[in-house]
Design a binder for this molecule. Structure first.
Ligand code: PEP
Ligand code: MN
Length: 445
């Protein structure tokens, strides 16, 4: 049974990394009090269901697909954007389910992914230095002093936009939009690329025929019409996460009710820091990012803190090593965690270790390196006999030009065409589908 959640003051006393410097503590206290009265966004029972499903991933019987924006923004919470992200995730999930014949657990980086850790506290442009953008949860992207001032009232907007997003997602996934018989339509409004589309269309035709056959045989299951979809984000801002933490009336245990799964980022997972102290008390399934400098001993200490009861499904370890490091840095971590007897879900984030800046100043990632890290992840698990349990990607449902390479052969000069991310570069819809086929190929090796 979990210990009580420390108070916000106790957490801050542990020295919390990556927190905004709010100028007015009274304004923060007011927002926290207001958030504590808001209804939860998710139900604790759903978090328990997700934990059970992650246990299936950890046992090698399911594959986790986790994806969405690096940073959601308030402005982009529109029906079209939410629908496009869902379409890409559903299409990728179908590719993996059908081509690799493995059940796919779908988790969005969505409905709460509004806060960003930064490597620098300030940003300088043309001799002017301002606080860095820390996500819409904290300040605004525009390079102006007013916009960059942290404003705690933005946390209420995070709640409102997350609620609106989750509401539409729930309507879509249960209300008919995710019906497998509609999968041709998920593909309708995109810029087409025959390299991915011919494969996708072939697969949808096969699925349509299989479904028609089953219906003709009298099998018409609800599973074809609806999907289960879960929300997740990095638990970064203590005020927000803490004020949406509630005691479940069924069990008396604390849950973060702002998302089904929350994770500790690479920059905030100090073993004796505030984020790990907070997360370790929750009953939600938890994610933990690990980077190339993480040693086996570091990983062991963190899993012992976050999963003291060795509970299957409790932990998802998301490795983000970089294509050049994954083959050397991941094995000792897997071995150290496996040696503790824990069964965790091993997930590859092939994005965050592969970011670079072009000569023209765009932060980008090369599809070839993303693919290389994923291949390294599969190779490592293959060698160790462990299950490569999932992928964590930054993507969007639009035809953006943020990552170079891939089926559309985007080059650095193309980045200027449609570079829209508020933070890290995301895979476009075509690059995301291409990645899904690549994963399906590796899963069926
Ligand atoms: C992220 O997921 O956007 C992120 C900042 O990742 P990491 O903590 O792995 O650097
Ligand atoms: Mn990111």
């Amino acid at each position: 049974m979990s210990e009580p959640i420390p108070s916000l003051a106790e957490l801050h006393a542990l020295g919390a990394a990556q927190q905004p410097a709010y100028p007015d503590p009274d304004a923060v206290a007011k927002v926290v009090a207001e958030l504590r009265n808001r209804p939860p966004l998710v139900f604790a029972g759903e978090c328990d269901d997700l934990r059970g499903r992650i246990a299936e991933v950890a046992a090698g019987r399911s594959f986790l697909l986790q994806g969405g924006d690096c940073a959601e923004t308030f402005e982009t919470v529109t029906a079209g954007n939410i629908k496009n992200k869902l379409k890409v995730l559903l299409s990728m999930a179908v590719v993996l389910t059908y081509a690799a014949q493995v059940p796919v657990l779908k988790v969005g980086r969505i409905a709460g992914q509004y806060a960003k850790p930064r490597s620098r506290d300030t940003e300088t442009r043309g001799g002017v230095t301002l606080p860095a953008y820390r996500g819409d949860a904290v300040n605004a992207l525009a390079f102006e002093p007013d916009a960059r001032r942290p404003d705690p009232r933005r946390l209420l907007e995070v709640y409102n936009h997350s609620a609106a997003t989750l509401n539409l997602l729930r309507a879509f996934v249960k209300g008919g939009f995710a019906d497998l018989r509609a999968m041709h339509n998920w593909n309708a409004d995109f810029v087409h690329n025959s390299n991915v589309d011919s494969r996708y269309e072939e697969l949808s035709d096969e699925i349509s025929r299989a479904l028609a056959f089953m219906v003709a045989c009298g099998v018409d299951n609800d599973q074809f019409r609806t999907v289960d979809f879960y929300s997740s984000h990095e638990a970064l801002l203590l005020e927000y996460e803490h004020s949406l933490t509630r005691i479940d009336s069924r069990t008396g245990a604390p849950y973060n009710t702002s998302a089904h799964l929350v994770w500790a980022g690479e920059r905030t997972r100090q073993p004796d820091g505030a984020h790990i102290a907070y997360l370790s008390r929750l009953r939600n399934p938890l994610g933990l990012k690990v980077g190339p400098k993480t040693t086996g001993a570091d990983a062991r200490e963190l899993v012992e803190r976050l999963d003291p009861d060795c509970e299957p499904g409790r932990l998802t370890i998301i490795s983000r090593m970089g294509a050049g490091y994954v083959r050397d840095a991941l094995p000792p971590i897997i071995e150290a965690v496996e040696a503790t007897g824990r069964k965790v879900a091993w997930v590859c984030d092939p994005m965050h270790g592969n970011t670079f800046e072009t000569a023209t100043g765009y932060k980008t990632r090369a599809f070839s390196q993303v693919a290389d890290e994923l291949n390294g992840f599969f190779d490592v698990h293959h060698e160790l006999g462990t299950w490569p349990g999932g992928v964590h990607v930054e993507l969007t449902g639009d035809d953006v030009t943020e990552c170079v390479g891939g089926v559309d052969e985007l080059n650095e000069a193309d980045l200027a065409n449609r570079y829209e991310t508020a933070c890290d570069p995301r895979l476009s819809r075509n690059q995301s589908l291409e990645l899904a086929f690549l994963i399906a190929d590796r899963l069926t090796d």
